[in-house]
Design a protein around this ligand. Structure first.
Ligand code: ADP
Ligand code: GLC
Length: 482
């Protein structure tokens, strides 16, 4: 197969900068696509941790003026990636995270910070880097949404363009006043262009103008074309329906490998499943839970936001008393949810333990040591934690939405009989249905032989990037100009 060069334009990339699963995806795609003969380089903003990680970098492009100051593109290795970073101190050299300052408030100039990412992505697509010209530019989420617009309105021979929606809830909507500074022609401010509800819609622009639109699961691709899940963009998504595809994410099976993971207490595998018990013991000890090898231990690793539905769990806490079960929750986000879970832990010592931080080693130990992993999302474009759970022999208990519906096979009696069950699903996403799922989980856990089969089915499931990488490579080849 003929190799093809492509550029990924992303606001986050694991292991350099991450707020959610988008970073995992952007970090894993280049390696996965290499196997499909795609040479994928990654462009991201030069935030402090990104520039600090960049090794043997050299300047490959310069911009005299990029939204208020000079900028250059540095090429080098970082975190195992072939990275292109935008060195623009006036935009990215700041305290805080990629989108907000230390006070948690979004940066006032995010419109320009991410227009700059898209602009540079498009310029590289148009040949700005000497000796390297991608035939496809793949933008991720609203932050890179304008990439397709800059390409489209350049009026020059351009590479194919693709946008992936990781979460339709974040749309990058800015007031019309930013438009003149974007450097797009006046006609771009129209319904066929970047205009959205009287302002500039970064994600809308990408959905409108990219050659292909993908999202991260087939079910989410269907859901977002419907009014109640389309978040205002369903009409446009229906219009683009024939160019819209859902490609289920994978996980990086080198980062998530229970046989070699240095962050867990004891390695294990499908063949050595008993060794998993050491991880449960270590997790209980680490979190101050009673050591109890046979008690059902349910884990949660999540952003604490409305999307993730964890407020519903607060209404089900008596389950843990009634079934003598344990809960470990690792997450950060909504202060009200943190406070409520803190209270829950105080009221259920030894039974409920919480940790409010972003902490990768603990996330790995929870996957390795919990019996079940709960993901009760109200909507979930894909979700990665249920894939990690399968890989780590924890049984996912998930709501039947988006990528959760696509990745988990519910352990109903037929599926148990056919020996293909990998977890439990519930619907609708209410606390009553969640309570029902928790009870089903306890019942299943008590059927030791069946439970083990479900664990093993998960462990055997291919959750790697090998299948999705084929899809992306095929899409790249479709949109690349002849
Ligand atoms: P989203 O991107 O919507 O947050 P995903 O399930 O796609 O949801 O991805 C979440 C990723 O972030 C997973 O890799 C998960 O392990 C990780 N993660 C979430 N919260 C934490 C946390 N508090 N500590 C460590 N890792 C976390
Ligand atoms: C978003 C979604 C999540 C998805 C991730 C990676 O953050 O919320 O469901 O897994 O992107 O695509």
């Amino acid at each position: 197969m003929k190799p093809i060069a492509a550029l990924s334009v992303t606001p986050e990339v694991y292991p350099l900068i991450k707020t959610g699963g988008l970073a995992d995806v952007a970090g894993a795609l280049p390696g996965a696509l290499a196997a499909e003969h795609v040479e994928l380089r990654t462009l991201c903003p030069g935030y402090r941790p990104v520039l600090a990680a960049l090794e043997n970098s050299k300047t490959v492009a310069r911009f005299n003026e990029l939204f208020g100051g000079p900028a250059r593109v540095l090429a080098g290795r970082a975190g195992g990636l072939d990275l292109l970073a935008i060195d623009a101190p006036h935009l990215y050299d700041r305290d805080g995270g990629p989108y907000a300052g230390p006070d948690g408030r979004d940066f006032a100039d995010n419109g320009f910070r991410f227009a700059a990412l898209a602009k540079v992505g498009a310029e590289i697509g148009l040949g700005q880097i000497e000796g390297w010209r991608p035939r496809v530019v793949h933008a991720h989420d609203w932050q890179a949404g304008l990439t397709a617009a800059y390409l489209h309105y350049s009026g020059r021979p351009r590479p194919g363009s693709l946008i992936t929606v990781h979460n339709l809830a974040f749309q990058g909507q800015f007031p019309a006043a930013v438009f003149p500074a974007l450097g797009l022609p006046a006609r771009a401010f129209s319904i066929e262009g970047v205009e959205y509800y009287g302002g500039v819609g970064f994600l809308k622009a990408g959905l409108q103008l990219a050659d292909r639109v993908t999202t991260v699961s087939p079910t989410y691709a269907e859901e977002i074309q419907q009014g109640h899940s389309g978040m205002g963009l369903d009409g446009l998504l229906r219009m683009r329906g024939s160019q819209l595809a859902g490609v289920l994410n994978g996980i990086d099976t080198a980062v998530w490998n229970p046989e070699t993971d240095p962050m867990i207490a004891a390695p294990f595998s499908a063949k050595k499943l008993a060794a998993r018990a050491e991880n449960k013991k270590a997790l209980q000890a680490r979190m101050g839970l009673a050591h109890a090898p046979d008690r059902l231990l349910i884990g949660v690793v999540s952003r604490l936001s409305w999307q993730k539905g964890l407020d519903l769990l607060l209404a089900c806490l008596n389950f843990f008393d009634e079934h003598n079960a344990q809960l470990v929750l690792l997450g950060t986000g909504d202060p009200a949810l943190e406070a409520a879970f803190q209270d829950a832990a105080r009221q259920h010592p030894g039974r409920i333990a919480v940790h409010f931080a972003y902490e990768e080693p603990l996330a790995h130990l929870i996957q390795a040591g919990s019996d079940a992993i709960l993901v009760p999302s109200r909507f979930e474009p894909c979700g990665l934690t249920q894939l990690c759970a399968m890989r780590y022999g924890a049984v996912p208990v998930v709501s039947r939405v988006g990528g959760l519906a696509d990745s988990i096979i519910d352990a109903n009696e037929m599926a148990i009989h056919a020996n293909c069950a990998t977890g439990l699903q519930f619907s609708p996403v209410t606390s009553e249905a969640l309570a029902g799922a928790l009870r089903r989980c306890a019942t299943l856990h008590a059927r030791k032989a069946v439970w083990k089969k479900v664990q093993l089915n998960g462990l055997k499931t291919n959750v790697s990037w090998s299948i999705p990488a084929r899809h992306y490579a095929a899409l790249y080849r479709e949109v690349a100009p002849a």
